[in-house]
Design a protein around this ligand. Sequence first.
Ligand code: ATP
Length: 257
Amino acid sequence: MTEIPRDHPRYESLITREKIVEGVRMGFTSQHGLVAQGRGEAFDYLIGEKTIESAAVAERAAVAHILLAERPVISVNGNTAALVPESLVALADFTGAALEVNLFHRSDARVHKIIELLKSHGAVKVLGGKGDKRLDLSHDRAIVDGEGIFSADVVLVPLEDGDRCQKLAEMGKTVIAIDLNPLSRTSLSATVTIVDNVTRALQNMIHFAKEMKLDSRQSLEEVIKAYDNSEVIADALYAIQERLKQQSEERGVRWIW
Ligand code: ATP
């Protein structure tokens, strides 16, 4: 990986970019993942490259859903494998969720590379290699494991494709999306929409999982009951508007609204 000086003002963002490039080089991430990363970076800039308050609320609700689930599954794609392999394994460990590799640009070689990567970070079992069931979709994200996503009641889908997110929701599953674009089809069809960078979101969720792991069923249910996803999306849009306003003021650019 290219050496990035620690004092660079965009250090975090450049490190993330380097990880994706390395993921492509190692064969975990497809070249299309670079484009998705670019889109994500643009939205991250718009929310101020930090976890906004409503995203933290969504992250807590997401953890409550996962802790209450009977068959929770964390779906892993090429970008998340390159960016946050340790966090994926840690979140699965703390919540008892299964990990399943699921790729848009699927090849057996890539699936197995990602399974091995997660195992090298401590995962004992990683699903996705069987692909013995299909969702009703025309692309390869349809291929899932019968004991994993197919029969899951709660699915965490970081950086998801909108079609599959809609399909999972239609199947009656609780879908938790992590997506920096609050207006993507994924964001709008998920049960819980986390508008945050996956690198921060998973860290926060691990923190909440440690904190909430011993909470009673009732108190987890209350977290879910108090949660309103449309409010969270509206707040993300408001945060973007305010950030643009603040940036234009700071830079002396006229803001018309
Ligand atoms: P949709 O099908 O839901 O409308 P899309 O076609 O806009 O989505 P894709 O290219 O399938 O998007 O997936 C990329 C999505 O993931 C984008 O919305 C992008 O903002 C988001 N994204 C990219 N990198 C990250 C990241 N590191 N953390 C969170 N979200 C990210």
